[in-house]
Unconditional design. Structure first.
Length: 95
């Protein structure tokens, strides 16, 4: 029988963008994830986007985060989950 051990998940660094639902957001998200973005809004009245993930498609609502791994896999993340599990390492620089 194997003994139970305690482990910690290794830290992994991802890129992230918060979708705010504003008029420029679709193009900003497209610049960030490219072809992983569905070509139109799924629910325009709620400004809901759809992205392609490893497990199919997922909807992104204003306020949600979109995370991207180094191999370009993307997934949505609700704000409360993001706050619990992620920390910002670098704020964006504005020129």
């Amino acid at each position: 029988m194997s003994a139970v051990i305690t482990v910690r998940k290794k830290p992994v660094v991802h890129q992230a963008m918060r979708y705010d639902g504003g008029p420029l957001s679709w193009s900003e998200v497209h610049d960030f994830i490219g072809a992983k973005l569905f070509p139109y809004m799924v629910n325009p009245s709620k400004n809901t986007l759809r992205i392609f993930t490893l497990h199919g498609h997922a909807d992104v609502e204003p306020g949600d985060w979109i995370l991207k791994e180094s191999d370009d896999n993307v997934w949505p993340c609700k704000p409360e989950v993001f706050e619990r599990y992620y920390e910002v390492l670098h704020e964006p620089t504005h020129t």
